[in-house]
Design a protein around this ligand. Structure first.
Ligand code: GDP
Ligand code: MG
Length: 599
């Protein structure tokens, strides 16, 4: 393949600015698919994505475009997620590209994640050009948005294509801009194979399918390749390109190409996203620079609802981790929940997505414990350790002090809501840094916020208090000393380890009270009275009671026919299966999750 005719790029945008819609239109216009074949948003091929309207896994698509200069170009487009939780995936997609299209909504302008994603693209030395979308809307302000892009981001925007991805207006201009504004790859065919793994998936028929960007050399069927980080070797079985939603086999992939290969890979852990693949017989001198290593920021316990499914859960996590290197897990046991895993995520959305994928794609029924961040515990004996599970907190007498993660938060908001947002940040223990006005009507508020104050419902609170006009982005600043305590929950005087968590001292009472109230609603009446208590360091700080009650379901169908009685008993049995036994109290699984959403 002539490299001068290849363009490898991605689309970056703030969420909802129209990235996926533009990607669909480009695929349509390049004729890979006909309109009839088009499903809405071909790139978002997981059910969860379609329902939530967000793109989670990066996906690549190859298109053939006949340009105005009469030449045919190969476009390899990689779709990237827009949510801050998935920054790592954006990053690894960018590393496979030479340029990026920046989509900005003409009615919204530059937002927090627009900036975050553009800076990430510029960090990867990509050439970025802007596109102004949604010009069909009456409230579109294309000229203002162009000026804003130049002022705030500092990239040329006056000749940015004005488009409506939804109505298919201006798509040709975008395709031409890709040809002229995104550089062609400049790899060397004669050098040893050097290819970057930017993604991989597990397919039950083909095994591991590795997605690569070939920098130098050639990869073809029958070749023995080596994974540089792990040292593992495998024989290449198939190579090819990405059609929309399917794979198209070819003879080889050469310098500049983006495609996939399958190989005799025995251990799925051998293929790591970010690793370099080379020719075993003629290896390259050094690996391509690795990706930014990310650390999970949020941890929780994942347990199979039915303990017989423990090994199924382990297999599912292993497969998910293959194409999501940011997912971390290790075995743990809970007195209340039995055998399970402690899992680490980039953020709460990431956690929810993984949880949903486990439940839907792997048909698992899960119990999730309260998510928490990683605390640093400084012990009186001078040692320091990372606390990812509240139950491992040592006795207070052994603790010198604790530290919690703090983020630098940037909130972009219209001036009308500055007051409301400042109040929210104050409530979340935020430390005010500055306010910058980027226009008369918009400001960037900077706050330092404890991560554990934003992992639950900060996004929702932000949206509701600004009527949707605020956007948020954050990055880890570091650790700071904080007055933290462990809040324990006792059900019928038994401590439930899966419900313990770490809170700031000043928030403990409020949190404990709300949890007790919530649990009182969730736990059905038993034949005896059940006290629900919250405690800090053995001292009870809140209490509720579930009154005794004999739940006689059959009383309801006195004199009724027998099949109806049977049905009711059946239903009750079903309900029981979704219960967890804590001492002699049955707690519904839902209780473990509901206590997270306390407002
Ligand atoms: P993404 O989050 O950046 O991938 O955004 P999507 O492509 O999912 O689009 C978000 C929403 O904006 C969807 O409801 C789209 O239908 C809508 N949308 C996308 N492009 C346009 C456009 O050009 N005009 C209008 N009016 N709506 C659009
Ligand atoms: Mg999308």
């Amino acid at each position: 393949m002539d490299q001068s005719k290849i363009r490898n790029f991605c689309i970056v945008a703030h969420i909802d600015h129209g990235k996926s819609t533009l990607a669909d239109r480009m695929i349509e216009k390049t004729g890979v698919l006909t309109s009839r074949e088009m499903q809405n948003q071909v790139l978002d091929n997981m059910d969860i994505e379609r329902e939530r309207g967000i793109t989670i896994k990066s996906q690549a698509v190859r298109m053939v475009y006949k340009a105005k200069d009469g030449e045919e170009y190969i476009f390899n487009m990689i779709d990237t997620p827009g949510h801050v939780d998935f920054g790592y995936e954006v990053s690894r997609s960018l590393a496979a590209c030479d340029g990026a299209i920046l989509v900005v909504d003409a009615t919204q302008g530059v937002e927090a994640q627009t900036l975050a994603n553009v800076y990430m693209a510029l960090d990867h030395d990509l050439d970025v050009f802007p596109v102004i979308n949604k010009i069909d809307l009456p409230s579109a302000q294309p000229q203002e948005v162009k000026d804003e892009i130049e002022d705030v981001i500092g990239i040329e925007a006056q000749d940015a294509p004005l488009i409506s991805a939804k109505n298919g207006i201006g798509i040709e201009d975008v395709l031409e801009a890709v040809v002229h504004k995104i550089p062609a790859p400049n790899g060397d065919f004669t050098k040893p194979l050097t290819a970057l793994i930017f993604d991989s998936i597990y397919d039950s028929y083909r095994g591991v399918i590795v997605f690569v960007r070939v920098r130098d050399g050639v990869i073809k069927k029958g070749m023995k390749v080596k994974f540089m980080a792990t040292g593992a070797e495998a024989d290449v079985v198939e190579v090819g390109y990405f059609g929309p939603g399917r794979f198209i086999a070819s003879d080889e992939l050469t310098a500049g190409d983006v495609g996939y290969f399958t190989a005799s890979i025995k251990n799925i852990q051998d293929t790591r996203v970010g690793d370099t693949v080379t020719d075993s017989a003629n290896p390259c001198a050094e690996a391509l620079p690795g990706y930014k290593k990310v650390m999970p920021m949020v941890y929780c316990g994942l347990y199979p609802a039915d303990s017989a499914h423990y090994s199924d859960l382990r297999d599912a996590l292993e497969k998910l981790q293959l194409n999501d290197a940011s997912l971390f897990y290790e075995p743990e046991t809970s007195q209340a929940l039995g055998f399970g895993f402690r899992a680490g995520f980039l953020g709460l959305l990431h956690l929810e997505v993984i949880q949903e994928r486990l439940e839907r794609e792997y048909d698992l029924n899960l119990v999730t414990t309260a998510p928490g961040v990683v605390y640093k515990v400084h012990k009186t004996d001078g040692t320091v350790f990372d606390l990812t599970n509240p139950t491992n907190l040592p006795d207070p007498s052994e603790i010198e002090y604790m530290e919690e993660p703090i983020v630098n938060g940037e909130i972009m908001v219209t001036t009308d809501y500055v007051g409301a947002i400042m109040q929210l940040c104050q409530e979340r223990r935020g430390k005010y840094i500055s306010t910058d006005y980027i226009e008369q009507t918009r400001a960037i508020l900077k706050y330092e916020l404890p991560l554990n104050e934003i992992i639950y419902d900060f996004f929702d609170a932000l949206k509701s208090r600004s009527r949707g006009y605020a956007s948020f982005d954050y990055e880890l600043k570091g650790y700071e000393r904080s007055e933290l305590v462990k809040l324990d929950i006792l059900i019928n005087r038994e401590e439930v380890d899966a419900l313990s968590f770490i809170v700031h001292k000043d928030g403990a009472y409020e949190r404990g009270r709300k949890m007790c109230e919530k649990l009182k609603d969730e736990i059905p009446r038993h034949m005896f009275e059940i006290p629900i208590q919250a405690a800090v360091g053995g001292k009870i700080i809140a209490r509720e009671t579930v009154k005794a009650y004999r739940k006689d379901v059959l009383a309801k169908c006195y004199g009724g026919d027998i099949t109806r009685k049977k049905k009711l008993l059946e239903k009750q049995k079903e309900g029981k299966r979704k219960m967890r036994q804590i001492g002699n109290v049955e707690v519904p699984q839902a209780a473990f999750l509901s206590v997270l959403k306390l407002d």
